[in-house]
Write a new protein. Structure first.
Length: 264
C-alpha cells in the first residue's frame, strides 16, 4: 500500500496488481475491494494529523471462503459432539462392566446371602422360557432375569408364576438380587406342600391322606424346604442330594420316628 504523505494519493496493490487507487485522501476513509472473490475492507483513520490503517476480511457476506469457514465450524462442532458422545458411551460401558464384574457380584451376593443388604419380597413369573424376578426397592420396581433357580430345581419342586420368596438387594446396586429360596411366602409354601403330598401319596398308596399330610409336614418341620426335597427324592438313587439314602436317613431318625407316631 502507498499513501502519499503530502499528496494524499492512495494505492493498494497485490502481486503487482492494483486493487485500489484514490487521490488526495487526507482524511479518514473506508474502502472495500475483492481479492480472489473474497471481500476485504480497508480503514484509514486520521488522528491528530497521523494516519493508521486496518485491513479486515469480511466474514459475514456469502462468499466461497466464508461458506467453507462456516462448514468447517459446523464440522468441528459435530466432531466435538461426536467425541463427547463416544467418551460418554465408553464411560457407561466401563461403569456397567465394573458393576457387573463377576468377582464383585459374587462378593456382593455372598454378603446378601449372609443377611446383609435391604430386605424385599420377590415375585416370580415366566416369560419366553426364562424366570423373571419382580421386586420393589426404596425408589422403584425392578425386574431382572434370574440366572438360576438351582435350589428349587434340585429339590424337584415346581415353580409357577406368582410364587413369592424373601429376597435382599444391595442399596447401591439394586440390580444385584439374592433370592432366599428357603423362605417362600405362605401361599408358595402351601403349593410346595401340596406337590410333595401328591408325590408322597403316589409312592405310598398304603398310607391314608391324613398320614401323608402329617409326614410331609413333619419333614418340613425338621428340615424346612430340604425336608420336602427329601420326600420328593425318595425314589432317586443316583442323585448327589435328595436321594433315597437321604430319605431313609430322615425317616429312620429319632426325631422323625417320634413325630411319625402321632401320624399313625
Amino acid at each position: 500500500m502507498y499513501h502519499g504523505e503530502n499528496s494524499g494519493h492512495l494505492m493498494v496493490h497485490c502481486n503487482n496488481k492494483v486493487m485500489l487507487i484514490d487521490f488526495g485522501v487526507k482524511d479518514s476513509k473506508n474502502y472495500s475491494f475483492f481479492l480472489d472473490q473474497e471481500l476485504f475492507e480497508l480503514q484509514l483513520t486520521r488522528d491528530q494529523g497521523r494516519f493508521s490503517y486496518d485491513l479486515k476480511h469480511n466474514e459475514d457476506i456469502d462468499s466461497p471462503h466464508n461458506r467453507r469457514r462456516e462448514q468447517e465450524k459446523k464440522t468441528g462442532k459435530w466432531r466435538i459432539i461426536a467425541s463427547v458422545v463416544v467418551l460418554a458411551f465408553f464411560a457407561v460401558v466401563m461403569l456397567v462392566a465394573w458393576s457387573n464384574n463377576p468377582q464383585d457380584r459374587a462378593e456382593t451376593l455372598a454378603l446378601l446371602a449372609a443377611g446383609q443388604g435391604v430386605s424385599t419380597e420377590v415375585s416370580l413369573y415366566q416369560k419366553d422360557g426364562q424366570w423373571h424376578a419382580n421386586y420393589r426397592t426404596d425408589e422403584s420396581v425392578h425386574d431382572i432375569v434370574l440366572s438360576s433357580t438351582h435350589p428349587i430345581t434340585v429339590m424337584k419342586l415346581e415353580l409357577s408364576s406368582g410364587n413369592r420368596f424373601a429376597g435382599r438387594y444391595w442399596a447401591d446396586q439394586p440390580d444385584i438380587l439374592f433370592v432366599d429360596w428357603m423362605q417362600p411366602s405362605d401361599e408358595t409354601l402351601a403349593q410346595f406342600m401340596h406337590q410333595t403330598m401328591e408325590y408322597h401319596a403316589s409312592s405310598h398308596p398304603e398310607l391314608s391322606p391324613q398320614q401323608i399330610g402329617c409326614q410331609v409336614r413333619l419333614a418340613h418341620e425338621l428340615q424346612a424346604l430340604d425336608g420336602l426335597g427329601i420326600i420328593l427324592g425318595q425314589n432317586r438313587k443316583n442323585a448327589p442330594k435328595f436321594n433315597r439314602n437321604d430319605y431313609l436317613r430322615l425317616t429312620r431318625s429319632t426325631e422323625f420316628r417320634a413325630g411319625n407316631r402321632a401320624c399313625l
